[in-house]
Write a protein that binds this ligand. Structure first.
Ligand code: GLN
Length: 206
């Protein structure tokens, strides 16, 4: 059975724990470095990335998580978690800096500009069954970042549909993967659709 840690310093960690528990996954709310041992995977949830980064520094979590990521440990960052995984956000805040992506924070504007849009995410076909097959994934963007630049080590898993343009540009990258590191600008844990969690668990177990 997979044992999945959820970084529980700030933000939407409990929703990940609930969704994973519903999938029968054993979860650990991680607040201290010793809680990282014995895990098979780790989720860094959404929230406020500067706060999470500063708390992670204060609790001595940055170095061990960075080392795990560099050694191939499966980590998925959602929203603020994506920001923490990025190598650069153009802003002086603590980062893990382990994914070859440059991320723009708050790319869609303020909280009131939050929105939901159906996303075509081809990799989810491998975990979809029955009525899920072919159904767009509910992309929930809450003061979300986007991937401004995708380095050669990373690949895009999802792009915004053509009618959602950012600064006149269509097709912005909103989910990426690099080895067993996965990042989404949106919040699958708030949708009740468990396909992205199942996809990450499959990546972790591969
Ligand atoms: N806007 C937040 C940040 O920049 C991220 C928002 C979220 O995680 N929903 O840290």
């Amino acid at each position: 059975m997979t044992r999945c840690g959820v970084l529980a310093l700030q933000g939407a960690f409990i929703e990940h724990v609930q969704l994973l528990s519903a999938l029968g996954v054993d979860t650990v709310q991680v607040r201290r470095p010793d809680q990282l041992s014995g895990l098979d995977a780790l989720i860094i949830p959404g929230g406020e990335s500067t706060s999470v980064g500063k708390l992670a520094v204060a609790y001595g979590l940055v170095e061990p998580i960075r080392r795990m990521a560099q050694e191939g440990f499966p980590i998925w960052g959602t929203c603020a978690g994506m920001i923490l995984l990025a190598r650069d956000v153009g802003f002086g805040q603590p980062l893990l800096g382990v994914m070859d992506i440059v991320v723009r924070r708050n790319a869609f504007g303020r909280q009131v500009d939050s929105f939901e849009v159906g996303l075509d995410i081809p990799v989810l076909r491998t975990v979809s069954t029955g009525a899920e097959c072919g159904r767009p994934f509910p992309g929930l963007f809450i003061r979300a970042p986007l991937v401004e630049r995708l380095g050669p080590a990373a690949e895009a898993l999802a792009r915004l549909p053509d009618d959602v343009r950012i600064a006149g540009q269509a097709g912005a990258v909103v989910a990426a993967r690099q080895g067993k590191l996965v990042a989404t600008a949106f919040h699958p844990e708030l949708t009740g659709d468990s396909r992205f969690h199942r996809y990450f668990l499959a990546v972790a177990g591969s």
